[in-house]
Design a protein around this ligand. Structure first.
Ligand code: SAH
Ligand code: SF4
Ligand code: F3S
Length: 466
């Protein structure tokens, strides 16, 4: 039995509640913060009212995302007050990209905040919390010189196991691309790639704890170029080949990729590695060359289409997903039609689309030719109707096919489990909860609004009823 198990949940067992906004990298970071605090005796709770420390891990990507933080802080103020009336303290921390972008300003607008900590400094979190507990208002947003990944601990096996059979693993952080709409290069800093051995060790630890699928994360994951054990610089294709050698690791994914960084080695990995799932999130943002140029994406629509062809000839069953922005400054009706045409050509399995949101400090926000809100809304509606149709068509095309399904977690109804198809769609199947973590062969029988339904194939039916 470990030390923490022996400890009775007495007075000195503090509780932390972490609420996560934004992208998968924040999901990963929230777990890392919880792991760092676990060493100081903090246990995670899913009840904010029980928290001695409440952390918001925030996103700054669009205005609405950032404003959510302040409305949440309003609610937390009441929670904190209710706890104070019972003589219990609650420390409030803001982490993530809003913390990095706004720093001290957060405490000015929301004085209940005790601690502001940016994504590059999470390894300093335990010390920062200790200082805040001493009464200091802490703002920790300076980029630390040490690499935080050298200092952030990996969770205990039982904690990893409790998080499920799929896991995220950040291999790259930050961005040097400076798309003119985007805050990420300012909030996450410049690109940093973790070395191969560090990544392999973390992956191995996850697999030993029962993880079967790992998604490698990075703001620009395919720009990853880390130091290999042979002192050479490796690319993502080579890293995926190395990770595919880990016994017990059955599935690999990665996200998010930039079209400029899809090299031959990575496309070759899609051709050769059975463990690498045939799904690729490859945002293009817009289909007009003028808009792509103004966005500083540094490729044309045609470059993107040719790239998609190369990827599809290497891995014909690959499903593509994308991100789109409508109403970037200067986008004309004709530009927007180009985006629709590109979507028609590519045929996406899934996509995320947004109205352009001017972000402070980015070149796009300075432009005078902003697109009117109602025009953005109309364009978004048309774009989403097309993408929805493509998503439904893709789901329908899956009906009748046989796939391997990694069983991840219980479904809504008893006797059901949920897994993901190779193309990342949720799949619901009748199976026994003891099978979580297994990969079974199923046939897709039906496509619902957001998920697929499947039946286990004969060989697996036996194991369901055992
Ligand atoms: N690194 C990824 C994207 C990260 S941000 C890439 O290069 O593709 C996730 C998505 O949010 C982007 O792909 C973009 O579609 C959207 N986004 C970013 N900034 C935005 C803004 N200012 N307004 C609207 N959408 C934005
Ligand atoms: Fe933002 Fe562009 Fe970097 Fe993606 S590549 S994170 S959109 S600046
Ligand atoms: Fe948001 Fe930061 Fe991720 S701005 S999308 S949480 S990198």
């Amino acid at each position: 039995m470990s030390e923490t198990e022996q400890q009775s949940p007495g007075e000195n067992m503090r509780k932390v509640f972490v609420k996560t906004y934004g992208c998968q990298m924040n999901v990963y970071d929230s777990d890392r913060m919880a792991d760092a605090l676990a060493r100081d005796g903090y246990q995670t709770t899913d009840k904010p009212e029980d928290a001695d420390l409440l952390l918001l891990n925030t996103c700054h990507i669009r205005e609405k995302a950032a404003e959510k933080v302040y409305s949440e802080l309003g609610r937390i103020r009441q929670l904190k007050q209710a706890r104070a009336e019972q003589g219990r303290d609650m420390m409030v921390g803001v982490a993530g990209c809003v913390a990095q972008a706004e720093g001290q300003e957060i405490i000015r607008r929301a004085p209940i905040v005790d601690l502001v900590i940016g994504p590059q400094t999470y390894h300093l979190l335990p010390q920062a919390v200790a200082r805040a507990r001493g009464g200091e208002k802490v703002v920790e947003t300076e980029y630390a010189i040490e690499d935080k990944f050298d200092h952030l601990p990996q969770a205990e096996k039982k904690v990893i196991a409790s998080r499920g059979v799929t896991a995220f693993l950040t291999v790259q952080e930050g961005c040097d691309k400076f798309c003119t709409f985007c805050v990420v290069p300012y909030t996450r800093g410049s690109e940093v790639s973790r070395p191969v051995e560090q990544i392999v060790a973390e992956a191995q630890g996850l697999v030993e704890a029962g993880v079967r699928e790992i998604t490698l994360l990075g703001q620009n994951v395919n720009a990853w170029h880390g130091e290999g054990p042979d002192n050479r610089e490796w690319g993502l294709g080579e890293l995926l080949r190395r990770l595919a050698e880990i016994d017990g690791l059955e599935r690999l994914r990665y996200t998010t990729s930039h079209p400029r960084d899809m090299d031959d080695a990575l496309i070759g990995a899609h051709r050769d590695l059975g463990k690498l799932m045939p799904y690729l999130h490859l945002p293009v943002q817009a289909g007009s060359d003028a808009v792509l140029k103004a966005m500083n994406r540094r490729h044309t629509a045609d470059d993107y289409l040719r790239l998609v062809e190369r990827i599809r000839s290497a891995r014909p069953d690959i499903a593509l997903s994308g991100d789109f922005i409508v109403g970037f400054p200067g986008e004309s009706d004709a530009d927007f039609e180009d985006t629709l045409r590109l979507i028609e050509t590519v045929r996406y399995a899934q996509a995320f689309s947004f109205k352009y949101s001017p972000r402070p400090g980015t070149p796009g926000a300075e432009r005078e030719d902003q697109v009117a809100e109602d025009v953005k809304s109309q364009r978004l509606e048309r774009l989403q109707a097309l993408l929805r149709k493509q998503q439904t068509d893709f789901a329908q095309s899956c009906v009748g096919t046989e796939i391997d399904l990694l069983l991840e977690k219980p479904g809504k109804l008893p006797g059901q489990l949920i897994g993901r198809s190779p193309w990342l769609q949720p799949v619901i199947v009748d199976a026994n909860s003891s099978q979580i973590g297994e990969i079974i062969r199923v046939r897709i029988t039906q496509a619902g609004a957001n998920s697929l339904f499947a039946e286990p194939l004969r060989a697996d039916i036996g194991s369901v009823t055992v």
